[in-house]
Design a protein. Sequence first.
Length: 175
Amino acid sequence: MEETFKKIKAFVFDVDGVLTDGGVLSDLNGELYRTFDCKDGFAMRMAYMHGYHIGIITGGRSESIRQRFRSCGVKPEDVYLGSRAKIEDFEDFCLRHGLKPEQVMYFGDDLPDIPVLKASGCGVCPCDAVDEVKDIADFISTRPGGKGCARDAIQTVMRVQGSWVLDVQDYKSKF
């Protein structure tokens, strides 16, 4: 697995069930609310500061998703909302950044994620993913969705690559 981790140059995430616990609150106007883990967000910032590309591919349509991940260094054009064919958005992300699929770690938890999990260099899922995803994932985090699963895998990759180091001045200047 270490050799696979050494090749990773980008992290791409599903949202609901990976960066959240899958629970969604709704108000009377139909606006949806999600809870995100700050440790996952910090790991995404660390990846951004060290030059990794970060993408979001979600079936969710709320602009609040784009806003949440902007604070983690994700460029607005790298947030794919309302995705119904995630593999097409994954291929677009790779093309725009000049990446080979094997250089990308993809995080998913449910059936719509399977084509991308298979196409990516390393498919990751939280420990509470559906069985079909766990059966094909390359790396199953010990953490559940929305509770540090992204941090677990990002930190592992960056440690293998020797880049899990915080430069406080860089952090202050970017965030």
